[in-house]
Design a binder for this molecule. Structure first.
Ligand code: PGA
Length: 269
């Protein structure tokens, strides 16, 4: 089964202009360099950057230089293009060259009231405009402690995918809310358990084709823990917040991705 490894940096509401330009160039240069010295190609390992919206326009202006990575929006509107002041939708983002978008990140859900129905409509918007969605799901600490993790992620998955048609398989990112930005990473046992569960649920919901869906882990991923997480069978990549804001720390995670792909037997690619 061919599942790419995806290492994605979520810059959130950072950085300012000067820091962002050098971060971008550091990441691009580092990824290009690694690609030039590795047999692992982009079908096997993809690196993505999700910057804030102003950066998307800027990146579109240096698209050739950015050939080593993909990029996208952290959120897309439910609205189509039109009289919706303040909104930025999938069609516009795609038109400016982005290929990807996050949908349903926990900060959108908890701070900005995006619910599961809205997530489903945003996934639909992305797919309608050839933007590849990364559906983000995850339980809060309270939900985990009361034994509701499976139920919560299953519901978020099912509702988030509810407007997908046959043959549409958004990438999934499991991000336990209690591990995001806290420095507390879920243990490999906890991650393996939820990812295995999600793989089965995806196949129940979407058929065996979902075996090819990458499931990323997010929540305090850093260079030091990336290899252990990426080494798990059902972990196909990482969604990285804090550690994506410095080229060196992000590239350390990219390195773990390259190592994990080149260490695998070719037939598992
Ligand atoms: P973190 O953020 O790596 O800072 O925990 C992850 C995310 O929010 O996607």
């Amino acid at each position: 089964m061919i599942r790419p490894t995806i290492i994605a940096g979520n810059w959130k509401h950072n950085p300012k202009r000067s820091a962002g330009e050098s971060l971008w160039r550091g990441v691009i240069g580092g990824v290009e360099d690694r690609r030039n010295h590795s047999d692992v190609d982009r079908q096997q390992l993809e690196v993505l950057i999700f910057p804030p919206l102003p950066w998307l326009g800027w990146i579109a202006g240096c698209a050739e230089e950015a050939a080593a990575v993909g990029w996208g929006a952290q959120c897309v509107s439910e609205c189509t293009t039109g009289a919706f002041t303040g909104e930025v939708g999938a069609e516009l983002v795609r038109d400016f060259g982005a290929q990807w978008c996050l949908v349903g990140h926990s900060e959108r859900r908890t701070l900005f009231g995006v619910d599961d129905n809205s997530v489903a409509r945003r996934v639909r918007q992305a797919l309608d405009h050839e933007l590849k969605p990364v559906l983000c799901i995850g339980e809060t600490l309270e939900q985990r402690e009361s034994g509701e993790t499976r139920q919560i992620v299953s519901e978020q998955l099912e509702k988030g995918l509810s407007l997908c048609e046959e043959g549409e398989f958004p990438v999934v990112a499991y991000e336990p809310v209690w591990a995001i930005g806290t420095g507390v990473t879920a243990t490999v046992e906890q991650v393996a358990e939820v990812h295995g569960f999600l793989r089965n649920r995806l196949c129940e919901l979407q058929g065996e084709g979902a075996q090819a869906t990458p499931i990323l882990y997010g929540g305090s991923v850093k260079a030091e823990n990336a290899a252990d997480l990426l080494g798990l069978d059902d972990v196909d990549g990482a969604l990285v917040g804090g550690a994506s804001l410095e080229a060196e720390s992000f590239l350390g995670i990219v390195d773990a991705g390259f190592a994990c792909r080149s260490g695998r037997k070719p037939e598992t690619f």
